[in-house]
Design a protein around this ligand. Structure first.
Ligand code: ADP
Ligand code: ASP
Ligand code: MG
Length: 438
């Protein structure tokens, strides 16, 4: 069994869906196709939900109309037969009726999740109807019946495996399945999701659950590049990455992969391939347990980081001080990315301000607190880069004119992280690119 995940850009236009139908019918191996919403749809649904949360029903209604028009044009171009056109009209009627109903009911967090789920339901139903039109035998699988998260918001592969096996048993003569990325059910049985970009995570969880031979992530670029191609010119694809390298890059901002999508692959040991839907024969990137070549592989950046500094004279020779600080973050389920210490102060970074007020209030018991918002972590990743000749000289020479706020080196041999004010992000990425790779 192999898993093929197609992202929003890969299904954003009718002709792309047609191309995907060729890609997925090429070899005989059984496959589960995981599909995102059409590009731009989830953003539109977020806007609709935001408008409703502010009781702006006119705004929400206008946005729904615009989205509906987009989908009407899409299905008109996709289907050729009267049966296909009728199936498309039926799917749109169903989901846009739901979006019309929500204009009349009161807003809640659970309604928000229902709204966001429409994108993947629409794209997979539209694609499934297209496969029917061209006579490709397959089954549409409802992800809400098997993709679940527990009370802590974490998916458990064991329980996904049991539920998915049950769903697959109903189609024992089928070798091709189409299902939704991103959406799931939470411990209360409500519709939920795996956070933005979560279809990659769905694909990798399904690959773990069925013991897939490979998880293919099809997107709009030829694999993981060695820097953010939206910011830096002349980036090039990295052909091989280890799980650790890929996990660091995804976690520290490489948008091509959802940050959580590597752990299932690492734990259940299947390769992840990043491939380009627009150029299916390009080699892309293979992420596997094999150690890759030593040296710098890539640079990534994670935005909207908050730096917290706790300055305390009492820290002098005080054992147990760091535990007390970390306990506060644990209590508020806020994970820490970077830590640096000196004799009189600790600086650390977090990426969520959900409980910042409570955290600061409790930390004030231990010293003076300074908060810097809008920071960016720049992460230089590669197998044993800490041992690469002159790597620190190259990094610091490149950042010569940038006010570096924190540096983390030695946590692992595969990563050097630098915290800079957000406004220096682009400059830092570009200068590091030429300093480290040229
Ligand atoms: P999809 O819709 O297929 O999930 P995404 O937009 O989530 O696609 O991810 C692909 C995009 O990630 C690329 O178009 C590229 O602009 C961006 N990206 C950011 N950093 C990297 C990187 N290091 N390598 C490749 N792509 C990257
Ligand atoms: N459609 C969702 C999003 O835009 C999930 C995904 O594309 O991976 O975030
Ligand atoms: Mg994505």
């Amino acid at each position: 069994m192999k898993i093929m995940k197609f992202g929003g850009t890969s299904v954003g236009r009718p002709e792309r869906m047609v191309e995907i139908s060729h890609l997925i019918t090429q070899e005989d191996e059984p496959k589960i196709i995981v599909m995102s919403a059409l590009s731009g749809t989830t953003n539109s649904l977020v806007e609709i939900s935001d408008a409703l949360s502010k009781s702006d029903r006119i705004g929400a209604s206008e946005k729904i109309e615009k989205l509906k028009k987009h989908y009407e044009d899409f299905v008109t171009a996709l289907y050729k037969s009267p049966e296909g056109k009728a199936a498309g009209a039926h799917i749109l009627a169903d989901h846009f009726e739901f979006l019309d109903v929500i204009l009349k009911i009161s807003y809640s967090e659970s309604l928000n999740k229902d709204i966001l789920a429409q994108g993947e339901l629409l794209s997979t139903k539209i694609f499934s109807a297209y496969l029917n039109e061209i006579g490709v035998k397959h089954a549409w699988l409802p992800a809400l019946e098997f993709m679940t998260i527990d009370a802590a918001g974490e998916p458990q592969v064991g329980s996904i495996r049991v539920k998915l096996a049950q769903v697959l048993r109903d189609h024992s003569d089928t070798r091709l399945f189409v299902t939704q990325g991103f959406i799931c059910r939470n411990a209360r049985g409500e519709v939920d999701n795996l956070k933005r970009g979560g279809s990659d995570y769905t694909a990798s969880l399904i690959a773990a659950a069925v013991g897939a031979s490979v998880c293919e992530i099809w997107t709009d670029i030829d694999g993981m590049h060695n820097n953010d191609p939206r910011i830096v010119q002349g980036t090039t694809p990295v052909r091989k990455l280890s799980f650790n390298e890929a996990a660091e890059l995804a976690y520290f901002g490489a948008k091509i992969l959802h940050p959580a999508s590597i752990w299932p692959a690492q734990h259940y040991n299947f390769p992840v391939r990043l491939l380009n839907t627009m150029e299916p024969h390009a080699p892309g990137t293979v992420i596997s347990s094999e150690a890759s070549e030593e040296g710098v592989k890539a640079i990534a950046a994670k935005d909207a980081i908050i730096a917290v500094k706790i300055k305390s004279s009492r820290m002098l020779l005080a054992y147990g001080f760091l535990r007390k600080i970390f306990d506060v973050f644990e209590k508020y389920r806020t994970s820490i990315d970077m830590v640096t210490t000196s004799e009189v102060a600790v600086s650390l970074t977090i990426d969520s301000d959900t409980h910042l007020m409570e955290i600061v209030k409790e930390l004030e018991m231990y010293g003076n607190i300074t908060i810097d918002h809008g920071q960016t972590i720049i992460c230089v990743v590669g197998n044993k880069i800490a041992l690469a000749p002159n790597i620190l000289i190259k990094i610091f020479d490149s950042l010569n004119d940038i006010p570096v706020r924190m540096v983390s080196f030695g946590g692992s041999r595969d990563n050097v992280s630098i915290l800079v004010p957000g406004e220096y992000k682009e400059q830092a990425l570009r200068q590091l690119h030429s300093g480290v790779f040229n």
